[in-house]
Design a protein around this ligand. Structure first.
Ligand SMILES: NC(=O)c1ccc[n+]([C@@H]2O[C@H](COP(=O)([O-])OP(=O)(O)OC[C@H]3O[C@@H](n4cnc5c(N)ncnc54)[C@H](OP(=O)(O)O)[C@@H]3O)[C@@H](O)[C@H]2O)c1
Length: 203
């Protein structure tokens, strides 16, 4: 499996950070938000060549889809497509109970946050990644003098996770496989031991 195009559902600061790295690495990046492509002109211009503003449906049809909306908006996103079979989606969400400002904890136990997100997107191939990092750190060149910024991945579909790891490495991050969506996701989710932590890996 090779992931050649990147779509985004949500176009806030964390998406803009990854989109900039991805566009520089040569990926077409298709950004979408809730208000429509007409509102993304400045964002796309700031990212530069390779980025474009598209509809939700066009973004969701990319080889790799970054999902970065408020946790409370995930059910509405899931319903817009209904069937997510064959879609490889990166869950960048954090389970805050409320957005703007993000606060509280949406407890979906016994599910982990990403297991719950996967339930809202029936059929999806979901990988949790990029949620645990601050957008300001993500925006920096991932290659530092001391090492490359680590990106942790958790998911149950090994070929998809491997393909995502290849994209992550091409963006100059250092991918680290944490295992399945349940056990790896629990480490990465809001309140987990890796949430909000940043690591540089030599190698
Ligand atoms: N900020 C960070 O440092 C950071 C880092 C990693 C992960 N995260 C997580 O990533 C997610 C987004 O964070 P953010 O800081 O980018 O939030 P944000 O600034 O509030 O942006 C949210 C984005 O989601 C879009 N959106 C909201 N509801 C939608 C819907 N129903 N359908 C399609 N798009 C929708 C918004 O579009 P409109 O603007 O058109 O409403 C906006 O582009 C959150 O779950 C957050 O916890 C944040």
């Amino acid at each position: 499996m090779e992931l050649k195009t990147i779509g985004t559902i949500g176009a806030g600061a964390p998406v803009q950070a990854i989109a900039s790295h991805a566009a520089r690495a040569g990926y077409p990046v298709l950004l979408s938000n809730s208000r429509g492509p007409d509102t993304l002109g400045d964002t796309v211009a700031a990212i530069g060549p390779g980025a474009s503003a598209v509809t939700f449906e066009e973004a969701a049809a990319a080889d790799l889809v970054l999902l970065a909306v408020p946790f409370s908006a995930v059910p509405a996103v899931g319903q817009r497509l209904g069937d997510w079979t064959g879609r490889v989606v990166v869950d960048m969400t954090n389970q805050f109970a409320e957005p703007d400002p993000y606060r509280g904890f949406a407890d979906v136990a016994p599910l982990t946050g990403s297991e719950w997100v996967a339930e809202q997107l029936p059929g999806v191939t979901l990988i949790k990644a990029f949620n645990a990092m601050f957008a300001t750190f993500m925006a920096r060149d991932p290659r530092h003098e001391e090492g490359n910024q680590a990106v942790f991945l958790a998911g149950d579909d090994e070929p998809a996770k491997l393909a995502l790891a290849q994209v992550v490495a091409r963006l100059r991050f250092a991918p680290v496989d944490l295992g399945g969506l349940r056990e790896g996701g629990a480490l990465l989710q809001l309140g987990g031991p890796l949430s909000g932590k940043h690591f540089l890996l030599q190698g």
